[in-house]
Write a protein that binds this ligand. Structure first.
Ligand code: URA
Length: 433
């Protein structure tokens, strides 16, 4: 196989064979295909796209480029969940114990936050002592014993994706849908998923800004799942404002605890129940979505879901007292209110700006491995559609540094748009594919 022929074939809009795709992934991973040829190929894909068959082959070639977790010793259908990333997205903190409490085994690897969107692993570390690194044997044992474990990414999963993603990041080819879809799906499949639930975010605070873009990505991922024998469902959900009210690690954990106790914000509860119910159906624990949704709703009020979170936190060495009494979670020394200066209706809360403000406060990191402050962040007081008058509190900044708090305050204030007339709000769940 000559790489120049493969690049030209894709450039001219032809379908590559399975051998050509496996050849280029293998060659790029072992270094025999240089960055400049892989970049030219990625740009050709950006313009010409890939067929579902090519995309599935690319996914499996990347899966086979490294370790694959074999979860077969854990009984049951292992359903993994992936979010394309948002602000205030604490869904995994809610859904992992929630579906585990209904009999679905959750063996989950999660990531850290980078840039304006947070990561589950950082949030879990808000519990003092919580261990995110477990040996494979301990990881499996915990899932067998209590039905749930959430750890940081380990092993050499999909190294071809890691290398290609880094290249795409600096060659303006991140946005190619088949490349995004195969990148996400390859990591889920390598991590041992039998079935996959995708939470595809759409809106200002998301990677995909329009419903059309989000739907195209969701369909591409569901098609990969179909081609490679992993049942896949995508929930497209709105990210035109942060999910729930809290943004920042311990603040989000606190909101997740409230949600697991049946007292969470409406949007977070609805999305968690929808995602959880689809996971129960994918995992064949329930035949019917509505029955699954109702069962999970019961678990939010009868204490089963919250008890499962306490078991998870305890099993991984974290402070379970903080589950019962969230005021034991890290707390910031200053709370500063952001006030409204006009009358009207909230027409938008720019999630990306709120995310940036939380990073300014120290809740996120701009470079890999930088330390974070678990206590800081932002708690919204109003959501899109709320009526406001001058002097109302729009949000509260939780800060440990007053100078940073002032920068964040300006950013949060600018994130709110206020209109004279009441606005039509978008439904939270935009589409299921
Ligand atoms: N997230 C991924 O994992 N891969 C992409 O290509 C884009 C977002």
């Amino acid at each position: 196989m000559r790489m120049t022929d493969v690049i030209a074939k894709k450039r001219d809009g032809h379908e590559l064979t399975r051998e050509e795709i496996y050849g280029l992934v293998k060659g790029y991973t072992d270094g025999s295909i240089p960055d400049y040829q892989m970049s030219a190929w990625a740009m050709a894909v950006y313009f010409q796209g890939m067929t579902p068959r090519e995309t599935a082959d690319l996914t499996m070639a990347m899966v086979e480029s490294g370790d694959q977790l074999d979860l077969s010793e854990i009984p049951g259908i292992k359903v993994d969940k992936h979010s394309t990333g948002g602000v205030g997205d604490k869904i995994t903190l809610v859904v992992a114990p929630l579906v585990a409490s209904a009999g679905i085994p959750v063996a989950k690897m999660s990531g850290r936050g980078l840039g304006f969107s947070g990561g589950t692993i950082d949030k879990l570390e808000s519990f003092a002592g919580f261990q995110v690194e477990l040996s494979q044997a301990d990881f499996f044992k915990q899932v067998r014993d209590i039905g749930v474990a959430v750890i940081g990414q380990t092993g050499n999963l999909a190294p071809a994706d890691k290398k290609l993603y880094a290249l795409r990041d600096v060659t303006a080819t991140v946005e190619a849908v088949p490349l995004i879809a195969s990148s996400i799906m390859s990591k889920k499949i390598a991590a041992g998923a039998d079935a996959i639930l995708l939470d595809v975010k759409v809106g200002k605070g998301a990677f995909m800004k329009t419903l059309d873009e989000a739907e195209t990505l969701a369909r591409a991922m569901v098609a990969i799942g179909e081609q490679v024998g992993r049942r896949t469902v995508a929930v497209i959900s709105d990210m035109n404002q942060p999910l729930g009210y809290a943004v920042g690690n311990a603040l989000e954990v606190r909101e997740a605890i409230e949600t697991l106790a049946g007292k969470g914000p409406e949007d977070l509860t609805e999305l968690a129940l929808t995602i959880g119910a689809h996971m129960l159906v994918l995992g064949q624990a329930q035949a019917d979505f509505t029955a699954a949704y109702e069962l999970l709703r019961e678990h939010l009020t009868n204490g089963k879901a919250l008890a499962k979170l306490a078991e998870l936190v305890g099993a991984q060495g974290g402070s379970t007292e903080a589950v019962e009494n969230p005021s034991l979670l890290p707390q910031a020394s200053h709370q500063i209110e952001v006030k409204c200066s006009q009358e009207g209706y909230i027409s938008g809360i720019d999630a990306e700006r709120i995310g940036h403000a939380s990073v300014v406060l120290g809740a996120g990191r701009l470079t890999k491995g930088a330390p974070i402050d678990y206590a800081v962040g932002i708690v919204l007081s109003k959501k899109v559609g709320s009526k406001v008058v001058s002097g109302n509190t729009l949000a509260v900044i939780h800060a440990n540094d007053l100078e940073l708090a002032e920068t964040a305050r300006q950013e949060v204030e600018a994130a709110f748009s206020i209109a004279a007339e009441s606005v039509q709000t978008q439904p939270l769940i935009r589409k299921i594919i």
